[in-house]
Design a protein around this ligand. Structure first.
Ligand SMILES: [Ca+2]
Length: 306
């Protein structure tokens, strides 16, 4: 199996009887895993048939169907056992069980359904003098036989459904997500730089792009920019307050968030403020009091990851 490819799993239903069918075994459907949506030569695994029994007009004809392992590949194989043909008029035959890993199913030896040996489903028990046969148990237990002591027509049990078990033994060629891909996956359910998860998108409409929200550690799914930088002013000073958020977790593996406060008077040349040139985010509140510039001045909060 290769990364990015599509595979199909089919869980076969057990065979189902019909009261209009007499003396015929009804097979269940295959269970399989394949690269196309049908069993084929590229079949990876195949379960046995879930056998069911037909309704018999005599006690002799009711029996569970046999499972098969034809075309099976891989380690996981459930094969059904054969059902039991009733030899007296006391009841229908029991269904065969399915087996566990790479074993053959157990055939019923009486009207009681066979017990699966290793993870498979048990067969159904044959009909009594009053009722119908019981169903086989998934995965793949055969249905029961279906005639009673008076040789009345009764419904046989339905075979248990199949099962495909896939065990991942080793992942090959699956690239791990980068930190920002992890972040996109967490907030948008998609690791790709597109749509609402795009770096340039602003799905919460707060004026910060996703890339800026990632760098600042704010929520891209809720407007938070108003809380990013608090300001207050006196006649002589401007006070800035912000939370220096720590970069942590798989969204920021090997990355540290840094902050700086910069000022300018011409919106062209920005100068870091002494004492606030490189603050490591550790979930601490930072307060900076700056003298007001005359006649005008601007300041900004800068953040980066490295
Ligand atoms: Ca935003």
């Amino acid at each position: 199996m290769t990364s990015g490819s599509t595979y199909f799993i089919n869980v076969g239903a057990g065979g189902t009887n019909s009261t209009s069918i007499n003396g015929t075994t009804v097979s269940g459907a295959d269970s399989w895993l394949n690269s196309i949506n049908s069993p084929s030569a590229t079949l990876i695994a195949k379960g046995g048939l879930g056998g069911a029994t037909a309704v018999g007009t005599t006690a002799q004809t009711a029996s569970g169907g046999a499972g098969t392992v034809s075309q099976s590949k891989g380690d996981v194989v459930f094969s059904g056992g054969s059902g039991f043909s009733a030899t007296s008029s006391s009841g229908g035959g029991g269904g065969g069980s399915s087996a566990g890993i790479a074993l053959t199913g157990v055939s019923a030896t009486s009207s009681v359904g066979a017990t699966a040996p290793n993870g498979g489903g048990n067969g159904g028990t044959g009909s009594s003098s009053t009722g119908n046969g019981t169903d086989g148990i998934a995965p793949g237990g055969g249905g029961s036989g279906a005639s009673d002591a008076s040789q009345n027509v009764r419904s046989g049990g339905t075979g248990g459904t199949g099962q495909v078990i896939v065990t991942i033994k080793q992942l090959i060629g699956v690239a791990a997500l980068t930190p920002i891909e992890n972040w996109r996956q967490q907030f948008f359910g998609s690791a790709t730089n597109s749509g609402n998860a795009a770096n340039s998108a602003d799905p919460d409409g707060d004026g910060l792009t996703n890339q800026q929200e990632y760098i600042f550690g704010t929520l891209p799914s809720a407007p938070t920019n108003s809380a990013l930088l608090g300001t207050s002013a006196s006649s002589t000073h401007l006070t800035l307050t912000f939370m220096a958020i720590q970069a942590s977790g798989s969204n920021y593996t090997s990355l540290t968030r840094h902050y700086a406060i910069e000022t300018t008077t011409d919106l062209t040349i920005w100068t870091p403020v002494t004492g606030y040139t490189d603050i490591t985010g550790n979930n601490q509140t930072i307060t900076a009091t700056l003298p007001l510039a005359r006649p005008k001045g601007f300041c900004r909060l800068k953040a980066w990851l490295q």
